[in-house]
Design a protein around this ligand. Sequence first.
Ligand code: CTP
Length: 439
Amino acid sequence: MTFSHPADSNLSTRLGQALTPEQGALLRLVTDEASRRQLPLYIVGGFVRDLLLGCPATDFDLVVEGEAIPFAHSLAGNYGGKVTIHSRFGTATWNLDGGTLNRLGIPTVEHTSVLTLDFVSSRSETYKHPAALPTVKHGKLTDDLQRRDFTINTLALRLDGEVFGELRDDLGGLDDLQKGLVRVLHPLSFIDDPTRLFRVVRYADRQGFQITPETLALIPEALPGIDLLSAERVRHELDLILEEEKAASMLKRLAELGILAAVHPALKWKHSTQTRFVKGLAAAQGFERPPSRRMLGWSLWLMDVPHPDLENIEKRLHFEAGLRELLLAASALFAGVNSLAGKKPSRCVAVLDQIPLKAVQAVSLALPASPRRQLLHDYLETWRHVKPRTTGHDLKKRGLTPGPAYKSILRHLCEAWLDGEVMTVDEEMALLEKLTKKV
Ligand code: CTP
């Protein structure tokens, strides 16, 4: 993304180009309603930042300088759709289903079943204690901008009335965006909300921006605040980072700044982690159905962490069950894959069939080219799909009484194929003869 300075402070043309036809049509309804009610309405935050960087995001936050909930209700009253509200924060979501969108003549792309818009009442926030969820009070737009994390996230675009598209830059966001600087708004920003320690790195590395020296200097004293964050909030920030293209450099930076260690001392980012992570993610493109970037990212990162440390990290971050199982399996396989070397394919399959497939995929992506990696590759591509021609139905036709012998015969046939003991259907039939005689 590259910053391009607006020729004037009205960004309506850029905004028009950035929106999808459905977003544009929907936004027109909203701006008309705000104009009728003389209610100042703004897009604020990431969308405006990214619009100026030439890469607008797909969703945007709408801030009403006034009451967002009655505003959303009046939209639903005039145009249809449903409103869900969060009274504690003064926020409302306007949900429009396909039928309503059709009726309003809003073009929907295929598969759009529902469109939503989020409205926030401009507010000020105070923190009762560090890392607490904020106490919220209605305020002017400028209060709302001041509660935010970094100057580059405080830019706002006015949407109502004559001033549609007018850029509002109360806190120097445009200048910092142009210079490529990430800067907190006040010295207690990280203390109030330690999730910003993760966000500062994410924004800086995403764009190749610099964290200003003053902002950087605030980080060490804010690190203990990470202990006060819930597992879910920390994990969410790390998840967001893992979804980023430059996740590896962000995680490296988090380690250098002591942020990972403040989450848990066993959470490290070593040179070998970097190599494994980058190569593994790139190689995953070759898989027909690769694990999600987030799942794969976590497992490539933590694959070499010893089991007890992994358990301790899990206690801090509370991974969901599926990810927890994947991480434990991947780390056990990564540590134990050598023991499969030289074993017959059927033995390897017996072991690997017990492991979640995503874990085998992750370890195969993590290993450098070697017989161990080839073995996992053979399992993923070929061995796990091998089946004998004979089925249970065939055994029944041969007059065998259904029971455990079926499983044993079919497994024996499968193993014979895997280990090259039978290579043709005739050879399988000959083996089947022998096995059924024994029963
Ligand atoms: N915000 C904040 N402090 C936080 C989280 C969010 O001040 N801890 C503000 C920022 O102004 C941010 C806006 O809320 O721009 C929306 O938050 P979010 O959707 O997380 O960020 P985006 O800026 O949209 O960034 P991204 O591109 O990463 O989604």
